[in-house]
Write a protein of this length. Sequence first.
Length: 96
Amino acid sequence: MQEKMKTTIWIGILICLILIALKPFPQNNEPDFPPSVSESVIQLAENRIAIVETETNSGLSGDIIVLEFNEDRNTFEPIGRYNYLDFFRNPEKYNF
């Protein structure tokens, strides 16, 4: 009786392990990287935008990248890159 109970328990554990091993993985339709919350896109004019990086631990911290839409190519082309943190930290450099 004792051996039959042990065998039944071992078979149950084996079945549980097989079910766990064969469990299908859930499908993830999300992108591989989370969207960045440290960037803001601001429209400056009808065909001009600025991307502002506000993440303090980023290598681009304080950068503003200005892009202009080229209607012939249907792309945004960079027209300038500025650092607003440098402006506030070194106003004498900008004659303020």
